[in-house]
Design a protein. Structure first.
Length: 93
């Protein structure tokens, strides 16, 4: 599901306008991005936790030259699913 699909579906359940839902969703994503850039985690109880982790440096081979390159260590975003989300996904089978 894309953001636009979510913006179309939520107003039907909440009786809010699509513009309000879009603004709230945009502000939420912006705040989550800011928190993750500060290496803080964002937790939605039952749904899961967004956090950052350090990916270690590694070696990769260039397709064009065949040389081995060093890929530097970097931070990456990660997600850990909560228990309620795991149960909901398992039940849907």
């Amino acid at each position: 599901m894309y953001k636009t699909e979510l913006v179309h579906k939520v107003p039907k359940d909440t009786r809010l306008s699509q513009r309000v839902v879009s603004d709230v969703l945009g502000a939420t994503l912006k705040e989550m991005t800011l928190s993750l850039s500060k290496q803080e985690s964002v937790t939605f109880p039952g749904f899961g936790t967004f956090y950052t982790r350090l990916r270690p440096a590694s070696q990769a081979r260039s397709f064009t030259t065949g040389r081995t390159l060093t890929v530097p260590a970097m931070r990456q975003a990660a997600f850990r699913a909560g228990e309620l989300l795991k149960k909901a996904v398992r039940r849907s089978r």
